[in-house]
Design a protein around this ligand. Structure first.
Ligand SMILES: Nc1ncnc2c1ncn2[C@@H]1O[C@H](COP(=O)(O)OP(=O)(O)O)[C@@H](O)[C@H]1O
Ligand SMILES: [Mg+2]
Length: 314
C-alpha cells in the first residue's frame, strides 16, 4: 500500500533499554592519546570556547560528491551539500533514503566509496572515528547506545574524558591536575545533564532511565566532547507529540548555545519548525535543498513522501 513505511515502530527502536557500544564508538579514558599531554595541542582540543576556523555563516562542513556503495547497492549517490556554521540543517527523506549512511560517512563509521568531506577548513580524509570526534563532530545514534551499567553522570563524563589533559602517568599517580580535571569533568557533566533536563537522574544507572531520558542523556554525552557539529539521528523516534516538541525546544536551545546541528528525521512536520535549511534524500540522491517552506512545496519532495503515513508529512 505505501511506497515507504517506517522501518521501526517505537518498540523496535529500542527493544532493550540500553545497548552497549560494540566497539570504539566512544573514546574511552584508556585510549586517550598521550600526546594530548602537550599543553599546546591540548589547548586546541579542549578550548571551551570552541575555536572554529570558519566565519559565521560559512560552511563548517562541505560534503562533495559523496558516494557510498554496499556491493551493488548505491546507498549514497553523488551527494553534495554544506552545513553552515550556526545553523540547524535537516536531513530528511523516506526510510532507506540514505540518511544514516550519510551520517556514517561524515562521522568516520564508513569510508565513502568516493567523494570528500571538508570540516572546519580541513579534509576529514581517512581519520578514525575518535579522531573525528576530536576534530569536533559528535553524534547520537538511531538506536540508543549507552553504557547501561554506568550512571547517567558517568556516561557523560566518559565523553568529557575524551578531552582530558592528564597523561596516563598523571592519572596513575593521581596528580593534582588529575583531581582537578576529575572535579571539572563532574561539574561539567552535571551542567550538561541539567542542560538536557535529566539532572535528577544523575546517579541512576543509565539502563534504569526512561526511554526519553536515555535519548536526552545521549545528547548530553555527545555535547560533552565539545563538538563544533552535533549530529542527531532521529532523536525523537518513538516519542509522542508533546515529547517531540519538547525535544525540538532542546535542539533550538543547543543551537542558541553556539552549536551547529545536523538533524536527521523522517517526520517532515517535525523538522519544518526547527530547521533553517533542509536537504532531502531519496534513494541515495539529493532531490531537494532549501528553506523548509520551499522544500515542503517541492513536487519532487511531495512525490517522494507519497504513500507515507500522514503523520510523517507536514
Ligand atoms: N552496512 C550496510 N550494508 C549494506 N547496505 C546498507 C548498509 N547500511 C545501509 N544500507 C542500505 O543503504 C540504504 C540506505 O540506508 P540508511 O542510510 O539506513 O537509510 P535511512 O537512514 O535514510 O533510513 C538502505 O537500502 C540500506 O539497506
Ligand atoms: Mg536511518
Amino acid at each position: 500500500m505505501s511506497k515507504h513505511y517506517p522501518e521501526q515502530s517505537p518498540e523496535s527502536v529500542n527493544p532493550e533499554p540500553v545497548e552497549l557500544p560494540p566497539e570504539d564508538v566512544y573514546v574511552r579514558p584508556e585510549e586517550i592519546d598521550p600526546t594530548l599531554a602537550d599543553p599546546e595541542s591540548v589547548a586546541a582540543v579542549v578550548a571551551p570556547q570552541r575555536e572554529i576556523q570558519t566565519e559565521e555563516g560559512d560552511a563548517l562542513l562541505s560534503a562533495h560528491n559523496l558516494t557510498m556503495r554496499f556491493g551493488g547497492l548505491v546507498a549514497l549517490d553523488d551527494v553534495t551539500f554544506d552545513i553552515n556554521r550556526g545553523e540547524i540543517l535537516g536531513l530528511i527523506g523516506p526510510n532507506g533514503a540514505g540518511k544514516t549512511t550519510c551520517f556514517n560517512a561524515l562521522t568516520g563509521v564508513y569510508r565513502p566509496t568516493s567523494g570528500t568531506v571538508m570540516f572546519d577548513g580541513k579534509p576529514l580524509g581517512r581519520l578514525k572515528r575518535h579522531e573525528i570526534t576530536r576534530r569536533g563532530i559528535a553524534r547520537t545514534f538511531q538506536n540508543i547506545r549507552l553504557f547501561g551499567e554506568m550512571t547517567a553522570l558517568e556516561n557523560v563524563v566518559v565523553g568529557t574524558d575524551a578531552r582530558h589533559k592528564t597523561s596516563v602517568p598523571g592519572a596513575v599517580f593521581r596528580s593534582k591536575r588529575h583531581f582537578r580535571e576529575e572535579r571539572d569533568a563532574i561539574e561539567r557533566g552535571m551542567a550538561l545533564l541539567e542542560f538536557v533536563g535529566v539532572e535528577a537522574r544523575a546517579v541512576e544507572k543509565a539502563r534504569n532511565l526512561s526511554y526519553g531520558e536515555q535519548r536526552r542523556l545521549e545528547i548530553a554525552r555527545a555535547l560533552a566532547t565539545e563538538p563544533k557539529l552535533l549530529c542527531l539521528d532521529e532523536p525523537a523516534a518513538g516519542f509522542n507529540p508533546s515529547e517531540k516538541s519538547a525535544l525540538m525546544d532542546l535542539i533550538r536551545k543547543i543551537r542558541e548555545d553556539g552549536y551547529t546541528v545536523l538533524l536527521i528525521e523522517h517526520d517532515m512536520r517535525l523538522v519544518m519548525g526547527v530547521t533553517d535549511r533542509i536537504v532531502v534524500l531519496e534513494f541515495g540522491r539529493k532531490i531537494a535543498e532549501g528553506p523548509p517552506k520551499d522544500v515542503r512545496e517541492n513536487p519532487a519532495v511531495i512525490a517522494a513522501y507519497l504513500g507515507v503515513p500522514d503523520d510523517a508529512i507536514a
